[in-house]
Write a protein that binds this ligand. Structure first.
Ligand SMILES: Nc1ncnc2c1ncn2[C@@H]1O[C@H](COP(=O)(O)OP(=O)(O)OP(=O)(O)O)[C@@H](O)[C@H]1O
Ligand SMILES: [Mg+2]
Length: 330
């Protein structure tokens, strides 16, 4: 999420109003917690990106659950709190110590979770003392367990600190991890029909029969990712006669299959670069470039049969900001 490419949002009037109200509340001195839930590609990260834009000039801190780091206790929490650590010395010493140990800033026995939770709550409150603080946590389903528990604890105790804590979590309705049970949530449905059509029309490169458009909208259920991705893999014949392939699996796996086909069609070096980018947990472009050039050196020359890697990133990869590369979907 932190590097999510922003695209003009279609529809979502109800959700945008919920987020606007959340910002109004926080600016009025209240705190708010919200868990945005929904299936893959339904638009959770897009809404978080929109909220980050709308939150300005309030301070915003962001982190995302990263599967490769889900065994590292406190890793996501550490990333979220890092920009706020200048407030650490305003906390009670026992909480400072707990947080320092949790974040690997000093050695010590594993800290009491209660102390870490209170420390994070205190840190947020201190950071919000001067102006509201908006904390955005994407891909909450991939958070390491300690970060998940501490953030849920903080979410349950926030009250009147001018703090917003908003999670996006990939899950079907009612399937959230227990850690977030009881927190206010908002489940995202697919886009409304007219918005789904507008998104699809923007994604189609050739005119398509109206019945085919209807069918795509119906079969995607208004899922924006599916609306954007499925037509890219349809042949003119499929566009002309509909796209239900015999044996085609559920929507998510059809989208995945589309990504796989596009990756398979790329040169080997580009595929290797995509793999390196996928396993680099925070999308550090310098680390990715370093690994790519080490691979080239290892092969004795640049390029190879397939030519040099295509740094445009390939399907699903976003060269999103000068310092980071991220995947829109994994
Ligand atoms: N309301 C919208 N209008 C236009 N485009 C949208 C809208 N919502 C989402 N999109 C686009 O659809 C794609 C998928 O959205 P997004 O990445 O936010 O999904 P997600 O719910 O975060 O999925 P995941 O669970 O995989 O993280 C993105 O390209 C995004 O820009
Ligand atoms: Mg997302």
């Amino acid at each position: 999420m932190p590097h999510h490419a922003t695209r003009r949002l279609l529809g979502r009037a109800r959700e945008l109003e919920v987020l606007e109200q959340l910002l109004r509340d926080v600016r009025d001195g209240r705190s708010r917690v919200l868990v945005l839930r929904g299936e893959a590609g339904v638009g959770k990260s897009a809404l978080l990106a929109h909220l980050a834009e709308r939150a300005a000039p309030s301070q915003t801190v962001q982190a995302a659950g990263v599967e490769a780091e889900s065994d590292f206790a406190y890793s996501a929490l550490q990333r979220l709190c890092a920009p706020l650590l200048s407030h650490l010395d305003r906390l009670p010493p026992v909480q400072q110590d707990a947080l320092r140990v949790a974040f690997g800033l000093s050695a010590g026995n594993p800290p009491e979770m209660l102390l870490v939770g209170l420390a994070v709550l205190g840190l947020f409150a201190e950071a919000a003392a001067a102006s509201p603080l908006v904390c955005l946590v994407d891909d909450a389903q991939c958070l390491d367990l300690m970060s998940q528990r501490i953030l849920a604890f903080v979410g349950r105790r926030l009250d009147a600190e001018s703090v917003a804590l908003v999670f996006a979590e990939r899950a079907a309705s009612g399937e959230g991890p227990e850690a977030f049970a009881g927190l206010p949530d908002l489940t995202l449905p697919g886009l409304a029909d007219a918005d789904a059509r507008a998104l699809l029309d923007g994604a189609l490169v050739a005119p398509v029969d109206a019945r085919v458009r209807d069918r795509i909208v119906a079969e995607t259920g208004g899922n924006p990712l599916a609306l954007l991705e499925l037509p890219r893999d349809l042949s003119p014949v499929e566009l002309a006669f509909g796209f239900a392939r015999p044996g085609a699996g559920p929507l998510a796996s059809q989208v995945e299959e589309g990504f796989r086909r596009r990756v398979d069609a790329l040169p080997a070096d580009t595929r290797a670069l995509l793999l390196v980018a996928a396993v680099e947990p925070v999308g550090d472009t310098a680390a990715v470039a370093c690994a790519a050039s080490a691979r080239h050196r290892g092969r004795g020359r640049g390029g190879g049969r397939d030519g040099g890697p295509d740094h445009t990133g390939g399907p699903g990869a976003v060269p999103s900001s000068p310092g980071a590369v991220s995947y829109t979907h994994l």
